[in-house]
Design a protein around this ligand. Structure first.
Ligand SMILES: [Zn+2]
Length: 345
C-alpha cells in the first residue's frame, strides 16, 4: 500500500442535497467527505427566504450520521421577487452565506430564476453591504444559442457588464466548463472566483456521446471538448486562489436519468475526494474557498490511500428509488480512510 495522502478536510463549495428521505443518502455521503458545503437552493419549491433556508438546514442537520461533523452553509434562490428586506434577514443570519442566480430555465428546478439580471441591481447593492457572494449558473437560456456556447456567451453578454458595474460584488462563477471561463476568471479582479467539478475535470463530451448516449454523463453545463477539459485541469492545479472545489453533485432518481428526456446532473458525492485526487494526486485540499468566502479554514485532516475499490452500481435514494453514482461499477484508484472497509483486496 502506498503512503497515505493526508490533507486538511476540504469543503464542497457547490452541492445539491435535494430534500426529503433522500437526505439520508446525500447528507451521509457528503458528511463523510467534507467539513462544510454550500447548499444549493433549487429544491422543487425553491429556497427563497431565510425562513425556508433555516427549515431546510434543520432537515439537513437531522440527516447527519452520528459521529460526523458537517456544517451546511445555506444559500437563497434569487428570483425577480427577492426583496431587500430578505437580503437583510439573510445577511444578518450567520447560516446564510450567499445567493444563487439561475437564469430562468437554465437547469434543474430553475424556472423561478431571474428573467433579467438588471432587475436585481438593488438586491445586488444590498448584498455588497453584507459582503455576500452571488453564485451564478453562467449559461444563457437564449434558444438560438448552441448549448456548447452558452457559458461563453453568458460571460460576454451578462457577466462582463455585471463585473464592470459592480467590481466590489463577490461573484462565484459556478461549475465552469470552458477555457473561456478560465481565462475570464484569471483576468478578473479578486472578487471573481469559480468552482470546478470532478466530472468536468475527468470527462470530455465524448464520454456522453460516443458509443451510444450516456445519460449518466449528462449534466449542465454540458461536458465540453477535450481542450476545455485541459484548461480546467490547468486552472484547478495551478494554485490560483480564485479556483476551488465544488462538486455540483446533483442526484436524480435513476428512472429520470435513464429516460427519453433524461435529467441533467451527476452524482459524485459518494466518492468526491477520491475523484478529485485522481486529478491532483496531491494537495486536493486548499483554503481557496474558505478564504474567498471569508470563513475560517478547517483544521482537522482527512486521509486517502492509493488502493482501488469499485463504486457501487447504485445507492438507495429515498424510500423506493435508487441513484446511480458517477463511475458506477467501475474501479477508483483512491480510497478515503473512512471507507477502507469497501476496498477490494
Ligand atoms: Zn449545481
Amino acid at each position: 500500500m502506498s503512503q497515505p495522502l493526508t490533507m486538511i478536510r476540504p469543503d464542497d463549495w457547490h452541492l445539491h442535497l435535494r430534500d426529503g428521505p433522500v437526505l439520508t443518502t446525500t447528507v451521509g455521503h457528503s458528511a463523510k467527505q467534507f467539513a462544510r458545503a454550500i447548499i444549493m437552493p433549487n429544491l422543487k419549491k425553491p429556497v427563497t427566504t431565510t425562513e425556508l433556508a433555516m427549515a431546510y438546514r434543520d432537515r439537513i442537520l437531522a440527516a447527519i450520521p452520528d459521529g460526523l461533523a458537517f456544517s451546511p452553509l445555506m444559500t437563497l434562490y434569487l428570483t425577480d421577487d427577492t426583496s431587500i428586506e430578505e437580503i437583510k434577514r439573510a445577511g444578518n443570519s450567520k447560516h446564510i452565506v450567499a445567493l444563487k442566480l439561475y437564469p430562468a430555465g437554465a437547469t434543474t428546478n430553475s424556472s423561478s430564476g431571474v428573467s433579467d439580471i438588471e432587475c436585481t441591481y438593488s438586491i445586488l447593492e444590498e448584498m455588497i453591504e453584507f459582503n455576500m457572494p452571488l453564485l451564478i449558473h453562467g449559461e444563457v437560456t437564449d434558444p438560438s444559442i448552441d448549448i456548447f456556447d452558452r457559458e461563453k456567451i453568458f460571460i460576454e453578454r451578462h457577466l462582463e457588464p455585471l463585473t464592470r458595474r459592480y467590481p466590489e460584488l463577490k461573484i462565484v462563477l459556478e461549475h465552469i466548463t470552458t477555457h473561456d471561463a478560465v481565462a475570464y476568471v484569471e483576468e478578473g479582479n479578486s472578487t471573481l472566483a469559480a468552482t470546478i467539478t470532478p466530472h468536468h475535470l475527468l470527462l470530455n463530451r465524448n464520454a456522453m456521446l460516443v458509443g451510444g448516449i450516456h445519460p449518466h454523463h449528462y449534466c449542465l453545463p454540458v461536458l465540453k471538448r477535450e481542450r476545455h477539459r485541459q484548461a480546467l485541469v490547468k486552472a484547478a492545479t495551478g494554485g490560483n486562489p480564485r479556483f476551488f472545489l465544488g462538486t455540483d453533485s446533483a442526484p436524480h432518481e435513476i428512472a429520470s436519468k435513464e429516460s427519453g428526456c433524461g435529467c441533467a446532473g451527476i452524482y459524485s458525492a459518494h466518492a468526491a475526494l477520491e475523484l478529485y485526487t485522481e486529478i491532483f494526486e496531491a494537495a486536493v485540499a486548499s483554503f481557496h474557498g474558505a478564504d474567498f468566502y471569508g470563513l475560517p479554514r478547517n483544521k482537522e485532516t482527512i486521509s486517502l490511500v492509493k488502493r482501488p475499490w469499485v463504486s457501487p452500481e447504485s445507492y438507495q435514494f429515498g424510500e423506493e428509488g435508487t441513484v446511480r453514482p458517477f463511475r458506477a461499477g467501475e474501479a477508483l484508484d483512491w480510497t478515503l480512510y473512512a471507507n477502507l472497509h469497501r476496498t477490494i483486496q
